[in-house]
Design a protein around this ligand. Sequence first.
Ligand SMILES: [Zn+2]
Length: 250
Amino acid sequence: MGSTHYTITPVSVGTLTIDKSQQIWGQGFGTKIDIPVLMFYVEGGGKRIMVDTGCSSPESAAKYHYPFIRKPEEDPTRALEAIGVNPGEIDIVVATHLHWDHCYNHELFTNARFLIQRTELQFAAAPFPIFANAYESTIAGMVPPYSKTKFEVLDGDFDLLDGLKIVFAPGHTPGMQCVVANTARGVYYIAGDNVGQYENLEGNRFGRPIPGINFINLADYYESFRRMERIADHVLPGHDLRVLDQARYG
Ligand SMILES: [Zn+2]
């Protein structure tokens, strides 16, 4: 994994209320849960990296998606300021995937390289109808939030920096990518939406880990789980409130 150590700081930009069954396949129907919309700030070796960049305005989120609450301090710029980060100083933005709650606010990161998987960009342009809303790509009158982003397009795994890797991990979406970071406390796996909740890792009667209900290909999803378990000492889920219990990882 290299010798450089990184730290990982989760940053909340608001809270969605959704049905639990969306996060945990086959269970929790009718049970509402609050899930944070998270960005992850990664720092090490003199580099500053963002993994995902949050969602749209509270008004747009509530109009097109789910009930959404954003506290004033969860405004993306303010939330980054609170942890001492100036978005203009971010070197690299990794978009795990292009669902609406992961890829807004790119305009804040004025000096960053933006990395996406080719398969994700292709799928986002013309998703199956049941996923069109999640990508905001074919909602009447809307343009996708990443429409002005000049992406560097990746095809699979990518060694980003010493001690920091991008892992191609399809499942939740066709071009999902996760970030693996070497830290002083072991290898952390920033899982995006392949693992929404810690409960996905615990599994259920179908075994563990367990996917969410939103997936494109279960064979890929389970292969991505197997790789994750081989690589990771610790997994950071993409939408679990408990991720925020600790200010910083690594
Ligand atoms: Zn997603």
